[in-house]
Design a protein around this ligand. Sequence first.
Ligand code: FAD
Length: 321
Amino acid sequence: MGKKVLVLAEIKDGKLRHVTYEALTVAQQVAQGGEITCALFGSDSAVFTDEISKYGANTLYVVNDERLEVYTTDAYVQTVRQLVDEVEPEVILMGHTAIGKDLAPRLAARLKLGLISDCTEAVLDDDTVVFTRPIYAGKAFQRRRFRNGTVFATLRPNNFEVLEKPVETEVVPFLPAIKDLRTTVKEIVKKTTGGVDLSEAKIIVSGGRGVKSANGFKPLEELAEVLHGAVGASRGACDADFCDYSLQIGQTGKVVTPDLYIACGISGAIQHLAGMSNSKVIVAVNKDPEAPIFEAADYGIIGDLFEVVPLLTEEFKKAIA
Ligand code: FAD
């Protein structure tokens, strides 16, 4: 029998986040012909209706409330709780983003649901969904399922192929009763990562302690710009104050799965690999042929990054022109 699936969509900088399309695709698979409901939050979320209907959502709950324009934990927990009571889903899906990591555990606790977080795969087996998630900093993978009750899972961005499935979407306005808010956002100060969101970037050029200074990131930024990618960093580079911690990739930083990861002057410590080893293609540039990063890399370039990276930039410029 088909399952009722609720997808909690995310809007960032006026666009739907890519992981929302991934969640809708997983919903198509999980629903097995059941109803897919998507929920959008903000003051003008109805503008995304056409886009959402391309990805299989039968119903779209439009939660137009200006207090949801910017994420705050208390407003979202209250709203989604009421929404779950209304929709009564059997499966709830959302991205394992900064918002997902904050919201999902709180919501799961309030709704007394189990949560499978940071999933990288979802397959159907014996009428239940089996989710795969990395454990031990990506060294092993665990398969989890709920045999009974509502299934709640967050999905790691950039791990699921997006499939279109155009359907007729019924739009349902939803007005939550939000009260006693303890948080008000007065200002948002953005840290820049070269304009491309690191956790959803298809190409990442990352620098480690080998870049030697904040200025040493310049050639990496130029390469990232040519490739329309984002710049990332190891904790070594962040600790040395060469860049901001918002760029850190790894066990205690961001987990990324781009199509191409170019590691420059990064030794390849296990804690760094935990954040990027699932990248589809890894290129390492390091002057030490014994650096452990070469074991994780698909392509290795032994050399000085200050010579190699500008050469790569020039060659890509020619290839793209
Ligand atoms: P290094 O290990 O110093 O490596 C620098 C590399 O640059 C060397 O391989 C060197 O050969 C190469 N190099 C130097 N000059 C050049 C040049 N001119 N051209 C080419 N190559 C050059 N680390 C993370 O990255 N992310 C995390 O999330 C993270 N979490 C951690 C959590 C815990 C609990 C702990 C204990 C550690 C964590 N670390 C993390 C730190 C991690 O263990 C390493 O210390 C760190 O990743 C090292 O950074 P690095 O590779 O930039 O520096």
